[in-house]
Design a protein around this ligand. Structure first.
Ligand code: GRF
Length: 201
C-alpha cells in the first residue's frame, strides 16, 4: 500500500512515520513519496535521509487552488498512491481533490477536534483556559479540520505551560498517533460510517 506524505515544514511527524516503517511497525504501508509545497522545507532532508523519493510542488504565481490540486492529484496518481497523509501540510485542499481521494486522506491536528480547529491550536487551547487538549487524526473532508475522527489522544494542560511546552507535549503524542492510524488504514481496519470511524480487529 503506497503512502504519500505531504509536508510544508519541519517534518517531525514524517520522521516518526519513517522510523515506524523502518521498525516494520507500519503494517502494509510503504512511504513511497514525500511531497512538499515549500522548496526548503526541513522535512525534505529527513525524507532523503531515509532514502525516500521527494517531489517539490510550489504553487505558481496566481495559480488557483483547483489548478494546483489537479497537478498534485496527477503526481499522486502517477505514483500509484493509495493513502495521502497530511503531516503539517499548510494548504487547504479543494473539494475536487478531497472527492478524488475520498476517505483516502488523513490529517493530524494538534487539538481535540472539534475544539480549536485552524492555526495555532495550542495557543487557542491556552488562551481559552482549557485544562485538557491533545491531538486528533481524522479523514479529510471538504471542511477544514472537520472529517470523521480516527484516533484522539489527550494531553493535560498545566498552569505553567507555555505555547512551546504544550506544543512539545502534544507533538510526542502526535508521533505515536499518526503512524498508528496509517497502520490501521493499511490493514483495512478503518470502517467509515458517516461521521463515525469504526476500528475493527
Ligand atoms: C503538527 O503540530 C501537526 O499537528 C500540524 O502541523 C505540525 C507539523 O509538525 N498539522 P511537523 O512538520 O510534523 O514537525
Amino acid at each position: 500500500m503506497n503512502v504519500a506524505v505531504l509536508i510544508s515544514g519541519r517534518g517531525s511527524n514524517l520522521e516518526a512515520i519513517l522510523e515506524k516503517e523502518k521498525q516494520k511497525e507500519l503494517g502494509n504501508a510503504v512511504v513511497s513519496l514525500v511531497v512538499s509545497n515549500i522548496p526548503d522545507a526541513k522535512g525534505l532532508e529527513i525524507a532523503k535521509r531515509y532514502g525516500k523519493k521527494t517531489i517539490v510542488l510550489p504553487p505558481h504565481r496566481n495559480q488557483n487552488r483547483e489548478t494546483y490540486d489537479k497537478q498534485l492529484a496527477e503526481t499522486l496518481e502517477k505514483n500509484n498512491i493509495d493513502l495521502v497523509v497530511l503531516a503539517g501540510f499548510m494548504r487547504i485542499l479543494s473539494p475536487f481533490f478531497v472527492n478524488k481521494f475520498s476517505n483516502k486522506i488523513i490529517n493530524i491536528h494538534p487539538s481535540l477536534l472539534p475544539s480549536f480547529p485552524g492555526i495555532n491550536a495550542q495557543k487557542q487551547a491556552l488562551d481559552y483556559g482549557a485544562k485538557i487538549t491533545g491531538c486528533t487524526v481524522h479523514f479529510v473532508d471538504e471542511k477544514v479540520d472537520h472529517g470523521p475522527i480516527i484516533l484522539q489522544e489527550v494531553v493535560l494542560v498545566d498552569d505553567s505551560d507555555t505555547e512551546e511546552t504544550l506544543a512539545k507535549k502534544i507533538l510526542e503524542k502526535e508521533h505515536i498517533l499518526l503512524p498508528k492510524a496509517i497502520r490501521l488504514f493499511s490493514e483495512g481496519k478503518l470502517i467509515v460510517e458517516g461521521r463515525k470511524v469504526r476500528i475493527v480487529n
